[in-house]
Ligand binder design. Structure first.
Ligand SMILES: CCCCCCCCCC(=O)SCCNC(=O)CCNC(=O)[C@H](O)C(C)(C)COP(=O)(O)OP(=O)(O)OC[C@H]1O[C@@H](n2cnc3c(N)ncnc32)[C@H](O)[C@@H]1OP(=O)(O)O
Length: 194
């Protein structure tokens, strides 16, 4: 049983997403967009360290290994952590569009329990774009990339300007990210269009 709210159904005028010409090639690892990101950053000791790889079109695959720090019930992944894995995977799709966007709505179906130590194999795609609204969906499988679906999600991301982060983020982290000497890391931290 699963349901989708009306807000996640693309409107009549929605169009197919267009891959940016500079999007990473299919098979290429995207890498962390920000080292402090709880979803993908290497500097977060209890983070998910999710690794995403570009697919064909506006799709990608990702993997995340459930660690003891990610438990809810004994030996099982916390549902919020699994939602984070889906959110991070879906958010990474925007890098293929080179659109700066944030999650507006995320609906998650939990189908199977996910034990600690499990590799969650995620795949995600953008299904439609309508103005600033980006519609996407993802699944997470266990036991291998073709294993049973354990979680799935549909999402609506909303395009924002870079000022969204500068206006709302805590100044000390904004300053640190903006003063990173590596221009590609500065760009990815805010997902700025090149
Ligand atoms: C490689 C890259 C990797 C990146 C990975 C990152 C993964 C993680 C991603 C995240 O978790 S982002 C953090 C979580 N999200 C947020 O913090 C967003 C907080 N919310 C906001 O800042 C604002 O509500 C938002 C920018 C989403 C929208 O505010 P706006 O004032 O810009 O938009 P507006 O209210 O005018 O709505 C624009 C359209 O979106 C629709 N909309 C906005 N929020 C919605 C919502 N929550 N549900 C459904 N529809 C929504 C709204 O109805 C409207 O539709 P129409 O154009 O048809 O009228």
């Amino acid at each position: 049983m699963s349901g989708t709210s009306a807000a996640l159904t693309p409107p009549a005028g929605a169009v197919a997403p267009v891959r940016h010409p500079d999007a990473p090639a299919p098979g290429e690892l995207l890498g962390a967009h920000y080292e402090q990101c709880f979803g993908c950053g290497e500097a977060q000791p209890h983070g998910l360290r999710l690794q995403a790889r570009a697919g064909e079109g506006i799709s990608l695959t990702a993997e995340f290994t459930v660690q003891p720090a990610h438990q809810g019930a004994p030996g099982l992944a916390h549902g919020g952590v699994l939602a984070t894995a889906l959110d991070e995977t879906l958010g990474s799709l925007n890098w293929l569009l080179r659109t700066v966007a944030v999650t507006g709505r995320l609906e998650t179906d939990y189908v199977l329990p996910v034990p600690v130590g499990t590799v969650l194999h995620l795949e995600a795609e953008v299904t439609a774009v309508a103005g600033r609204k980006i519609y996407s969906r993802a699944t997470g499988r266990i036991g291998g990339p073709d294993g049973p679906v354990a979680v799935r999600a549909q999402a609506l991301f909303i395009e924002v300007k870079t000022e969204h982060f500068i206006d709302h983020g805590r100044p000390q982290e904004i300053r640190a990210a903006m003063s990173d000497p590596d221009p590609s890391r500065r760009e990815r931290a805010f997902e700025v269009n090149p």
